[in-house]
Structure formats: structure tokens, C-alpha cells
Design a protein. Structure first.
Length: 177
């Protein structure tokens, strides 16, 4: 087993994890699977992955804890956060905790490998052509509160001053992937 292309895939959706695993293996990667922070810790006891793909929402857990653990284990590891709940707030936190890139679902193996290659950043990245809309600001605020409440929808709704069902409907309308 070559450690040069050892990928840890942290994903709680078993079907998506198996599909992504097979796709990476066809490209010559050795892939390890984890579905929670506890599993990540167990995998790191025996392996030293060079790359990781971490889902932001792992059931009741936040994938950000996994990002922090992976970065603490090996600061040189290239970590990509993959999420169906993309927001600026969680992207900033993921990068602060050690992720090298952040992708919104749906993303495929090509997108993830391209993100691995872009781990250094790009000073020539284009700036947004127009200011952020009110709806986008609302969406980002909701996700920041969700992150602060550890993705507990009832607690986030309480903090936002709205009914839980209203928040769930807003999330269902904008969810990616």
C-alpha cells in the first residue's frame, strides 16, 4: 500500500461514500472510510493519510471537529470539506481549522482532485462583480447560527427567533446536493 495517495473519506452517507471510494480507487488512490469523529480517531491510530475529504454534516456531528483532528494529526494533510450546506461562515471556519479547500455538493471525483491541486490558494481569484444580496446574507446568517448551535435545528430556530418548521423549510429550499 502506497502512502503517497492515501485518502481518508469521512462521509456518513454510505451509498455516496462507496461510490466516491470506488471512483478514487479506479484512479489509483488507496481509500479509507470513516463515518464519524470516533472512526476518524481510530483510523488515525493505524494510518497516516495524505489527503482527506470531510463531509460538513455527519449526522448529529459537525465535520469541522474531524477537520481539526486531521489537521492536528498532520498539518501537511490536504483536507477538502464537502457539503450540501455551504455558507461563508462554515467555509471560513473550515479553513481556520485546517481545511485547504471547501466544495459544495454536488461534487465529483474530478472536482475533489482539482481541489487537492489548488491547496495553495490563488491571488488572482476574481472578485464578486456585485454586492451580496439580502437573501444571501440571510442564508449565511442562518448557517452561522446553525454552526454555532452544532447543527441543532431546534436550537438554531430558537436563536433566530423563528419557528423550527419555518427554519426547516428555509433549509430545504436552499439545500445543495
Amino acid at each position: 500500500m502506497s502512502d503517497e495517495r492515501l485518502l481518508l473519506l469521512v462521509e456518513d452517507d454510505q451509498d455516496f461514500a462507496r461510490t466516491l471510494k470506488r471512483s478514487f480507487e479506479r484512479r489509483g488512490w488507496t481509500v479509507l472510510l470513516a463515518d464519524s469523529h470516533a472512526t476518524v480517531t481510530a483510523v488515525l491510530a493505524d494510518h497516516r493519510p495524505t489527503h482527506a475529504v470531510v463531509d460538513l454534516k455527519l449526522g448529529p456531528e459537525s465535520g469541522l471537529v474531524c477537520v481539526q483532528t486531521l489537521h492536528a494529526h498532520d498539518a501537511a494533510m490536504i483536507i477538502v470539506v464537502l457539503t450540501g450546506f455551504a455558507s461563508i461562515a462554515t467555509a471560513v471556519e473550515a479553513i481556520k481549522l485546517g481545511a485547504t479547500n471547501y466544495l459544495a455538493k454536488p461534487s465529483n471525483t474530478d472536482d475533489i482532485e482539482a481541489a487537492f491541486a489548488r491547496s495553495d490558494g490563488n491571488v488572482a481569484a476574481p472578485l464578486a462583480p456585485r454586492p451580496t444580496s439580502i437573501k444571501t446574507l440571510e442564508w449565511e446568517h442562518i448557517h452561522e447560527v446553525l454552526k454555532d448551535s452544532e447543527f441543532n435545528i431546534s436550537e438554531a430556530a430558537r436563536r433566530l427567533g423563528m419557528h423550527r418548521r419555518t427554519l426547516a423549510r428555509k433549509l430545504a429550499k436552499r439545500q445543495v446536493g
